[in-house]
Design a protein around this ligand. Structure first.
Ligand SMILES: *[C@@H]1O[C@H](CO)[C@@H](O)[C@H](O)[C@H]1NC(C)=O
Ligand SMILES: *[C@@H]1O[C@H](CO)[C@@H](O)[C@H](O)[C@H]1NC(C)=O
Ligand SMILES: *[C@@H]1O[C@H](CO)[C@@H](O)[C@H](O)[C@H]1NC(C)=O
Length: 316
C-alpha cells in the first residue's frame, strides 16, 4: 500500500515538473499578448515568495463586471508560479541560460514532449492533451524531423496482460474489438517495436521507449533517466521527494516483488491463469520483443519468485 502511494506520488511529482515547462509553452502559444504586457508581467514574477504562497490560496480571479474568470490575471499568476518554482533551476541542463530561453514570449524555444501509449489509467502525465493513444509511430517520424518543433517523444509500453486486466471492467471497451482483443494490441506492440528501434537509432536524443513497470520497480532511477532525457533538471522539490520516497529502491530479488500487488502487476493476482496463458500465446512475439516473461502456471504466476520483467533491447 505504501509503495502504491509512493508510486502515485512520484507520478504526480514528476508530472508537475514537466507540467511547469509545458505550462510555459502552452500559455505562451497564445498570441494575444503584446510584448509590453509580457514585460510588465515578468516584473510581477519578482514579487516576494510570501506573495506567491498567498496567491495560491486566493480564489480564481474574476472580471468585476460579469464575474467571468479574468484570464489575464490567471495567466499572470501562472507565470509567477512557474518563475517561482524554477527560481533555483539550473537552466544549463536544459541547454539554455535562463527561463526566457524556454519561453516563446521571450523569444525562446520551449521543450515539447509527446507521450504515446496504447492504454489509458497512468496518472503520471498530467498533460493528457498531449498524450496520443495509438498513434502509429511512423507518423511520429515526421514530427521528430521538424527541428523547430524541438519535440521529444516517449513511447510508453505496458505488459499486455496488465493492459487486458485494466480493460476488463471498462464498459467503453466492449464495442471496440481492438480494445479487448489481445491479438490486435500485440500486433501494435510488434509494429511499435520495429518503428521504435528505428527511431531510437535515428533520434537517440529525441526518442525514448519506457516500460510502465520499470517506473514502478525503480521509481528513482527511472525518474532520473526520464528527466535527463527530457532535458529537465531535478528541481529541489523533486530531488527532495525522490530522496524521501525512493530510498527503498528495489535492488534484490525478494524486495522487487513486494510491489507485485500494486497496480502494474495486479493482473498476477486478478486474472485467471488460463486467460493469461491465452494472452501469452497470442502475444508471444510482442512479449519477447519487449522483455516480458511468461508465467508457467498459476502457482508460478502468483509466486514471489516470478518476475514478469526481463531485459530487452531496441535493436532491429
Ligand atoms: C548546471 O548544470 C551544468 C550542466 O549539467 C553543470 O555543469 C553546472 O555545474 C550546473 N551548475 C550548478 C550551479 O549546479
Ligand atoms: C536516484 O538516482 C540517482 C541517479 O541514478 C542517484 O544519483 C541518486 O542517489 C538516487 N537516489 C536515491 C535516493 O536512490
Ligand atoms: C509451475 O511452474 C514452475 C516454474 O516453471 C515449476 O517449477 C512448477 O513445477 C510448475 N508447477 C506445476 C504444478 O506444474
Amino acid at each position: 500500500m505504501l509503495r502504491r502511494v509512493n508510486f502515485y506520488s512520484i507520478c504526480i511529482a514528476f508530472g508537475l515538473s514537466v507540467l511547469l515547462i509545458l505550462a510555459g509553452s502552452r500559455y505562451t502559444d497564445n498570441t494575444n499578448y503584446r510584448p509590453s504586457e509580457s514585460r510588465r508581467n515578468i516584473r510581477n514574477f519578482l514579487k516576494p515568495i510570501e506573495d506567491v504562497d498567498e496567491s495560491s490560496l486566493q480564489p480564481i480571479p474574476t472580471n468585476a463586471d460579469d464575474g467571468t474568470p479574468d484570464v489575464d490575471k490567471i495567466l499572470d499568476r501562472t507565470r509567477l508560479k512557474i518563475k517561482h518554482e524554477l527560481w533555483n533551476y539550473n537552466f544549463t541542463q536544459s541547454g539554455v541560460q535562463n527561463l526566457d530561453g524556454l519561453l516563446m514570449e521571450s523569444g525562446g524555444q520551449p521543450f515539447r514532449s509527446l507521450i504515446i501509449s496504447t492504454w489509458r489509467f497512468c496518472k503520471l502525465f498530467p498533460f493528457q492533451s498531449m498524450k496520443v493513444v495509438r498513434v502509429r509511430l511512423r507518423l511520429v517520424k515526421q514530427l521528430l524531423q521538424d527541428k523547430e518543433l524541438n519535440l521529444k517523444v516517449i513511447l510508453l509500453i505496458r505488459d499486455p496482460r496488465g493492459v487486458m486486466q485494466s480493460r476488463q471492467h471498462r464498459n467503453f471497451c466492449q464495442p471496440a474489438p481492438d480494445c479487448w482483443k489481445p491479438e490486435l494490441l500485440c500486433a501494435d506492440m510488434i509494429s511499435d517495436y520495429v518503428a521504435a528501434a528505428r527511431l531510437k537509432q535515428e533520434y537517440p536524443h529525441r526518442f525514448m521507449a519506457l516500460r510502465y513497470e520499470e517506473l514502478a520497480l525503480s521509481p528513482n532511477s527511472t525518474s532520473y533517466a526520464l528527466l535527463k532525457f527530457l532535458g529537465l533538471g531535478i528541481t529541489p522539490s523533486i530531488d527532495e521527494f525522490l530522496h524521501s520516497h525512493t530510498n527503498v529502491e528495489v535492488a534484490g530479488v525478494s524486495s522487487t516483488f513486494r510491489v507485485s500487488r500494486d497496480v502494474p502487476f495486479r493482473w498476477k493476482n486478478v486474472l485467471d491463469f488460463n486467460y493469461v496463458d491465452e494472452i501469452q500465446m497470442t502475444c508471444k512475439e510482442a512479449m519477447s520483443l519487449w522483455g516480458y516473461r511468461n508465467a508457467h502456471n498459476s502457482t508460478h504466476m502468483t509466486s514471489k519468485d516470478y518476475n514478469p520483467l526481463d531485459q530487452y533491447s531496441l535493436t532491429q
